[in-house]
Write a protein that binds this ligand. Structure first.
Ligand code: HEM
Length: 263
């Protein structure tokens, strides 16, 4: 069975390796394209793992979820590492590439937005730019109709007997997660007595890990962008670095951050 399978056919390398189309003649454009493409592949893996991890949370099956969340953190490590490679790109080469980018920008990465939505960082306005590809807009909108990983974690706390208000559990999933003092109090109970709630404690720390890595990615992006384009506007139409500095303030799991102060 499968004797005609080759390394190249199994991995569909003909297509993957034929998908780089430098347009500018700048030497560094190959780097620019490959870092973006590799990042999208890692994002694909992160989404695959996060979707499955959420199913495990729903089923109260935490051990496999931990394995998947740990893997996401490692994949994020690869994403973060890519800034070290990309930051070897010079402003001169980037300025040669930039006219060929038109209005395209990582801002339009549907997978990046999906990952944010999955974790709980949700801004429904971010779907509009994907309307030209209805299946992409549809998938993002469908995600906004579901509980995020974090909302599922909070639902799990309620099932385990923590006092989570009914209105927190019944929230509209389309919006970003708003801080709830009762949710912070539940996490505080867990953090004060890890032995008694070991799996929830571990879940909390796995989530904190993901957010920590997400922020490191954002910071690395900001610093790379600053180094390459300074304070020029983004090709996606935002003010550039100031926009990226703004998103650094967004927290996916506000109570997991604030609980540290409360302890
Ligand atoms: C020379 C390299 C890069 C430059 C100069 C750059 C620049 C920017 C700028 C200025 C923005 C703000 C939106 C805009 O107005 O365009 C942005 C957003 C973004 N970029 Fe990059 N970028 C670079 C590389 C990358 C790479 C390798 C990725 C990997 C996928 C990436 C993913 C993103 C994402 C996901 C956003 C949206 C962030 C958010 O909305 O929170 N960028 N980029």
């Amino acid at each position: 069975m499968g004797s005609d399978v080759t390394y190249s056919s199994y991995l569909d390398l003909d297509r993957i390796l034929a998908a780089q189309h430098p347009a500018s003649g700048a030497h560094d454009e190959m780097l620019f394209i490959i870092v973006h493409q590799a990042s999208e592949l890692w994002l694909k893996l992160c989404i695959h793992e996060l979707v499955a991890a959420r199913e495990c949370l729903i089923a109260d099956d935490l051990r496999p979820a931990f394995k998947m969340l740990a893997r996401v953190a490692r994949a994020q490590g690869q994403l973060i590492q890519s800034w070290d490679v990309l930051s070897t790109m010079t402003p001169h080469d980037y300025s040669t590439v930039r006219p060929h980018l038109g209005g395209s920008s990582g801002f339009q990465s549907a997978q990046y937005r999906m990952m944010e939505f999955l974790l709980g960082g949700r801004n429904p306005d971010m779907v509009a730019m994907h309307e030209a590809t209805p299946e992409v807009a549809g998938a993002l909108r469908a995600e906004l109709g579901r509980r995020s990983i974090y909302a599922e974690a909070v639902a799990l706390l309620a099932r385990r007997g923590f006092a989570i208000p009914a209105e927190v559990l019944a929230r509209d999933h389309a919006d970003g997660w708003a801080f709830s003092p009762e949710v912070e109090a539940a996490w505080a109970e867990i953090y004060r007595d890890p032995e008694a709630h070991w799996d929830l404690y571990e879940l909390a720390e796995k989530l904190v890990d993901l957010e920590y890595h997400f922020q490191r990615w954002r910071f690395g992006h900001l610093k790379t962008v600053e180094r390459i384009i300074g304070f020029k506007k983004g090709t996606g139409g935002t003010p550039g670095v100031p926009y990226l500095a703004g998103v650094l303030k967004q927290a996916f799991f506000p109570e997991l951050l604030s609980v540290r102060t409360a302890l």
